[in-house]
Design a protein around this ligand. Sequence first.
Ligand code: WT7
Length: 659
Amino acid sequence: MTVEHAKTTCHPVPKRLLDASQNPVPHVDSMKKYKSMWTESVEKPDQFFGNLARELLTWSKPFETVKHGSFAEGDVAWFLEGELNVSYNCVDRHALATPEKVAIIHEGDEPDQVRKITYGELLRLVCQMANTLKSLGVRKGDNVAIYMPMIPEALIAMLACARVGAIHSVVFAGFSSDSLRDRVIDCSARVVITSDEGRRGGKNIATKRIVDDALRDYQTHVEHVIVFRRTGSPIDWVEDRDIWWHDEMAKARTFCAPEPMNAEDPLFLLYTSGSTGAPKGILHTTGGYLLGAAATVKYIFDVQKDDIFACMADIGWVTGHTYITYGPLSLGSTTVLFESTPTYPNPSRFWDLIEKHKVTQFYTAPTAIRALRRLGDSWLKGKNLDSLRVIGSVGEPINPEAWDWYNEKVGQSRCAVVDTYWQTETGSIIISPLPGSHVTKPGSATLPFFGIKPEILDPTTGKILTEIGETGVLAVAQPWPSMARTVYNNHSRFVDTYLKPYPGYYFTGDGAYRDADGYIWVQGRVDDVINVSGHRLSTAEIESALVHHETVAEAAVIGGHDDLTGQCIHAFVSLKPNVDASEGLDKELSLLVRKIIGPFATPKRIYIINDHPKTRSGKIMRRILRKIVNGEQDSLGDISTLADQSVVPSLIAMVHGSK
Ligand code: WT7
């Protein structure tokens, strides 16, 4: 389908960025340089990535083979014979060279709670935690779950796992105990690391209690729960299982030799929602992942010596893994870890943080930008944001109004704005402008990063679409170092989801088109994944939570447009025969979803309906529900396949009020 796309403004590279008297020269400072690097990266990946991997990473044993395998075989591997340790690369080598340099700036929940950890200190802390894990019997290849708030100990725990070769699985602390349990069981975690409580926006979050609930009455492999004391509130204690972080650390030696890891040894698992079934444990490996993290921080954020990198994501999502922990630390930068919310204690919080810490790179999500824009410009008044050079956006397509506001008010029209497209599975950013070379267009993630060869494919035939403006599915034509290698314990699911739909390609699940300049415009998911405030949710998962309720017969969940959160959840629920909707049933169902998945999955609207729009074979036509919710009830398309067309007017009346 070809459509007319709105004309957009083009933004050249801000002059200041190329002015050597004001800034370090960007790593890529012209389109010519980008093009020649990109061409080399896709045409001679062995040469390009071999050199980059030697330049950016320290190997304890050099690799001989750069690239191996294919999408067709599902056997992609990089830097095959190479050995390295991620914690050595992120900590030791900087601790040895610049021990006094600040590695982590922790901006606590209250603005006056700032803690700085140098590389020298970080090395000792990571070693102590690594020794603690070892003393508990954790060995290379074991799994450790991390359920923590945004505190330095979360990063220390991740790096300690990497040091001993344990595979970490960070679970976002907004997930419910049910979701945590599923993940702990799936990866057979031996240890869970948590805190007594978290603090966010002035409120306490009962992390330990959620861990207790997750583990109670269930057969898991968890032998120990390590508890960091964050607030000191009283908590329940399970003798022989629970141990205090500070007790163990006090006993542990401050050096621990890093375990040499093969480039293809697993580094971490991160669970993410797909269109069907239970969340998948996306597995990332050591060498390729770290190279992607380091290379994108270097080139896409143009990180230079002495930069202060601030990514506002949560470490429970991949953005936090790559752009709070591994990317900035691998380059020896200073990373800012933010415990609070954009509006606590007031909506100046981000701008105060930038001013206070002289942040040079700032990275957040469109939903936060839209929310702050809505609260008005007065919150930015008098804030000195001059330190900023690159401001980034991630998680969903950014609408041009939000892009313009971000550029003008936050970037003061003198920063590069990078709209970065990627996924949990891609490990690091795959489509984005580079600050010193790309003309940007609000709403487009622009051009591919090094090593990425994107194609727009016809969704049905899989043929490459070449027509300008023609929307198809976004796929990648050749393997890149930081891509996921498998779904934990389920390689065929990995192959079926990403590699089989369009043979020879990696399938992203997103729709996109290219404009006349070859710029890519990502349109959002083409599968049953919805994106609420940059959080990825599967409609199937929410539906299965809803049918847990004893009165519910069937549920259909679709994504509606939302000005603030991008998409929001609308649930259509039918009840079992002979049950009437009880008072407050919608609230009960909403609570059920929160309990089973987590508060961020709360539906915006729940409609209790008599019948779903179904085909004669009994399949719910979600397309019809989606169109009704999004105000497109006048263009429902062919409804003749519906078993009962009379349900349509009643659904429209229910959603939009009867006319
Ligand atoms: C999905 C991946 C990895 C970043 C955090 C989300 C959407 C992400 C963009 C962007 C348009 C974007 C896609 C993608 N997405 N960034 N810049 N423009 N869409 O990671 O939870 O794995 O979600 O987020 O739909 O498939 P995730």
